[in-house]
Design a protein around this ligand. Structure first.
Ligand SMILES: Cc1ncc(COP(=O)(O)O)c(C=O)c1O
Length: 379
C-alpha cells in the first residue's frame, strides 16, 4: 500500500522530482506587481498595495475591517494585546496547534490553558471547553476566574486545524456566557467557511497567515479581521508603532509594535488573492482524488466537518497507530515525497509543561495517528 501511495502521489504531481508538502505557485501578476513596487520605490510599509490588500481581504471575508501585519504570529500577538490580555492573565487554547498560537499568548505575559480538540472537527472541543469552565471557573463581576489559579481567563483562541472549521458558533456562545473574549486563529483557513461565514469572523477578531506554506502567500504576512470599528482603529495604531498622525513630528502615545505588512509583501499576496477561486478549486480536486484513493484502502482521510466549507489546506490521513504512521512517513521520505506528522501537542513541550491542561485523549490520539500529505496547488 505504501508503494502504491508513492506512485499515486507522483502521478498526481506530474512526476516532480521532489514533492513538497505545500509549495507556493506564482502564476498571476506577482512579477508585475513586485516590479511596480521596485520602480515606485514603495517597498516598505507605506504603499498602495497594502491598502488594496486590506480592501480585498474585507471583500473576500466579509469583515468590516482588515489590518495587515508582518505575519500571523504578530497578528495574534497584537490582537490579544489590544483586547487587554496582560501579565498574569490566562488564555484558553488548544494543545494541538502550531507553536505561534501559544507563543502569542506568552508574548502578552499570559499563560495558556490547554483544552482537548474535538474528534470530528480537529479544533478546540466546544463540549470540553464548557466542561472545564463549568467545573473549574466562576464569573465574578463580569470576569471569568479560574478557581484553581485565582487568575482571570481573559480570552479563548480556538484554531481551525489544517483549514477545517471548528464548531465556532458553539465556542462563541460558551465564551459569551463566561465573559471570555474570542480571538480566532484562522491562520490556516483563508477560504474556509462555517455556516456560510468566513472563519475568523465569529469573535472580537480573527487572524489569517500568509506564510510561504499557506494557501496564498505574501512571503511572510498576516492580517487581522474584525467588525469592531474602535478595535480596528486601535489595531492599526498599535501595528504602526502607535505614532500620532503628524506631518513631521515623531510622537507616540503608547508602546506600539512595528508590525505593518510591507508593500512588497502585499503586492505578492494580492496577486495570489486574484486567483483564490482557482486555487481553492484545485485544492478541492486534490482532496477528492485522495478521497477516492484511500476509500478502498481502510485509511481515513480527514473531511470537512459538518456545516462547513474547508479550504483543504493540508490533507491529513489517520493511520492505525504511531508505528504505522512512522512506516508511512519513512516510505515518503525514501520516495522524495514530503509528508509530515502533526505538531507535538503543546502541553507536552518543556516550555509549556507547567501550564494547566485538561483531558487530552483526542489530541494525543491525533498526534499518534495523523500524517499530513502533499496538498499544494497542482499545475
Ligand atoms: C495555527 C497557526 N497559527 C499561527 C501561525 C503563525 O503564522 P505566521 O507563520 O504567519 O507567523 C501559523 C502558521 O504559520 C499557524 O499554522
Amino acid at each position: 500500500m505504501y508503494d502504491e501511495f508513492a506512485s499515486f502521489v507522483k502521478e498526481l504531481y506530474k512526476n516532480e522530482v521532489f514533492i513538497p508538502l505545500h509549495a507556493p505557485k506564482f502564476l498571476g501578476n506577482e512579477k508585475k506587481y513586485l516590479n511596480d513596487c521596485i520602480d515606485s520605490t514603495f517597498v516598505s510599509s507605506v504603499g498602495g498595495y497594502v491598502n488594496r490588500f486590506e480592501k480585498e481581504i474585507q471583500n473576500y471575508t466579509g469583515a468590516s475591517f482588515a489590518i495587515a501585519t508582518t505575519n500571523g504570529t504578530a497578528a495574534l500577538h497584537v490582537a490579544l494585546h489590544s483586547i487587554g490580555v496582560k501579565i498574569g492573565d490566562e488564555v484558553i487554547t488548544q494543545s494541538l496547534s502550531f507553536i505561534a498560537t501559544s507563543n502569542a499568548i506568552s508574548y502578552c505575559g499570559a499563560k495558556p490553558i490547554f483544552i482537548d480538540i474535538d474528534r470530528d472537527t480537529y479544533g478546540l472541543g466546544a463540549e470540553k471547553l464548557e466542561e472545564f469552565l463549568k467545573s473549574s471557573c466562576e464569573v465574578i463581576n463580569s470576569t471569568c476566574k479560574n478557581k484553581k489559579s485565582g487568575k482571570t481567563i481573559r480570552a479563548c483562541v480556538p484554531m481551525h486545524t489544517f483549514g477545517h472549521p471548528c464548531e465556532i458558533d458553539k465556542i462563541k456562545n460558551i465564551c459569551d456566557k463566561y465573559h471570555i473574549a474570542l480571538i480566532e486563529d484562522a491562520a490556516e483557513s483563508l477560504g474556509s467557511f462555517y455556516k456560510k461565514r468566513h472563519t475568523g469572523r465569529f469573535g472580537k477578531a480573527g487572524i489569517i497567515s500568509f506564510n510561504g506554506n499557506k494557501t496564498i502567500t505574501a512571503g511572510g504576512g498576516g492580517v487581522i479581521i474584525t467588525d469592531d470599528q474602535i478595535l480596528a482603529k486601535r489595531l492599526k495604531h498599535l501595528t504602526t508603532t502607535a505614532k500620532i498622525d503628524h506631518p513631521y513630528e515623531y510622537e507616540h502615545d503608547e508602546i506600539g509594535f512595528n508590525y505593518r505588512m510591507p508593500n512588497i509583501n502585499a503586492a505578492l499576496v494580492l496577486a495570489g488573492l486574484e486567483r483564490i477561486d482557482e486555487i481553492l478549486k484545485n485544492k478541492r480536486e486534490i482532496f477528492l482524488k485522495y478521497k477516492e484513493f484511500f476509500a478502498n484502502r481502510d485509511i481515513d482521510l480527514l473531511n470537512a466537518p459538518k456545516n462547513s466549507v474547508s479550504n483543504y489546506w493540508l490533507n491529513t490521513i489517520m493511520l492505525k497507530n504511531e508505528k504505522e504512521k512512522k512506516e508511512f512517513l519513512e516510505t515518503c521520505i525514501k520516495e522524495d515525497i514530503m509528508a509530515r506528522p502533526v505538531w507535538k501537542p503543546l502541553h507536552t513541550l518543556d516550555i509549556y509543561k507547567d501550564c494547566q491542561y485538561e483531558d487530552m485523549t483526542n489530541t494525543l490520539e491525533f498526534y499518534d495517528k495523523a500524517l499530513n500529505i502533499p496538498s499544494g496547488e497542482r499545475v
